[in-house]
Design a protein around this ligand. Structure first.
Ligand code: NAP
Length: 294
């Protein structure tokens, strides 16, 4: 069994990006600039956004954090999004979810210029990804593809079971794993809360991707001997023994599942750090005008 070290892989990719930024600087090119919008004071969102901004600084990007009160109206937020769309210095825009209940997240995602949608949530990017056209791919699925590639994990002809059909992880992951690409060519089963006999379905997976948000839900009976298990889940559990007051739990019961796997991602330091790095990669692509011409 090999543990897939998402932290080490992410650090490696960050170094590659930082080197490229140095070269861009030296040649007087455009320094990538990521903008993050944060509405309200959700503790988890604060942490995620802070990590994204910190990572930008580490690789030499410019970053801007735009914070708004939870009382901001939908129209006011849409106006702020359009301001970023119109600012040529800003290459990428992410709006941290969840948004307050009175704001429709789909409306906000659609308002983002798809050429700056480095989270890959805009319907145009999702549609282009499904068609196999150049597009920004959602950060978490892109991070998982990179892990599979860097660990030389064979995917062609394998049965991949994805648990969870969210717009940001499960659904794009299922589309990506069936594409006719180097990391792809799987036979994919996409499962969700209405799937019957989920444990039996999962136990047929060569590659099991758990993205359901239920801590330690995937136990040994869900996993075939020798499977590759990717744990996307990230749930905060109160833990008074920790300085922060909470611990992070994945969707997989690591201790009992790991011995059955050929490869497994831990939580933390698995998929999480790769998500941020994918955002950086997309922002760099945007600044360089690679996916969409400037
Ligand atoms: P989500 O929007 O919370 O949706 C959860 C999905 O799981 C839904 O499709 C739901 O089915 C399915 N599901 C829930 N309970 C289930 C059950 N008992 N059996 C089978 N399917 C079940 O999902 P998400 O936003 O993708 O988040 C999933 C997890 O990944 C969360 O823990 C989140 O924090 C984490 N996450 C981590 C990262 C990272 O960087 N590591 C990034 C994004 C998300 P229905 O559609 O039928 O309701």
């Amino acid at each position: 069994m090999q543990i897939i070290d998402g932290k080490a892989t992410a650090d490696e990719i960050k170094k590659e990006i930082a080197l490229e930024v140095q070269e861009i600087k030296a040649s007087g090119g455009k320094i990538p600039h990521l903008v993050a919008i944060l509405v309200g004071n959700n503790g988890a969102s604060e942490t995620y956004v802070a990590n994204k901004v910190k990572s930008c600084e580490e690789v030499g990007f410019h970053s801007t954090l735009l914070r708004f009160e939870p009382t901001i109206t939908e129209d006011e937020l849409l106006l702020e999004v359009r301001k970023v769309n119109d600012n040529d210095d800003m290459d990428g825009l992410i709006v941290q979810l969840p948004l307050p209940d009175h704001i429709n997240p789909d409306k906000v995602m659609e308002a983002i210029n798809y050429k700056k949608d480095v989270d890959g949530f805009h319907p145009i990017n999702i549609g282009r990804m499904a068609k196999g056209l150049p597009a920004y791919i959602s950060a978490t699925p892109q991070g998982i593809l990179d892990l599979l590639e860097r660990y030389n994990i064979e995917t062609s002809g394998k049965h991949c079971v994805v648990v969870g059909r969210s717009q940001i992880v499960g659904l794009p992951m299922s589309i990506l794993m069936q594409r006719n690409t180097k990391i792809g060519n799987c036979t994919v089963t996409l499962t969700h809360s209405k799937t019957k006999d989920l444990s039996a379905v999962c136990a047929t997976a060569d590659i099991l991707i758990a993205a359901l948000g239920r801590p330690e839900f995937i136990t040994a009976e869900y996993v075939k001997e020798g499977a590759v298990v990717i744990d996307v889940g990230l749930t905060r559990i109160i833990d008074t023994s920790k300085k922060s007051g909470f611990a992070l739990k994945g969707d997989v019961k690591f201790d009992e599942v790991a011995p059955k796997c050929s490869f497994i991602t831990p939580v933390p330091k698995g998929v999480g750090p790769m998500t941020i790095v994918s955002l950086m990669k997309n922002t760099l692509l945007s600044a360089k005008g690679i996916i969409y011409a400037k």
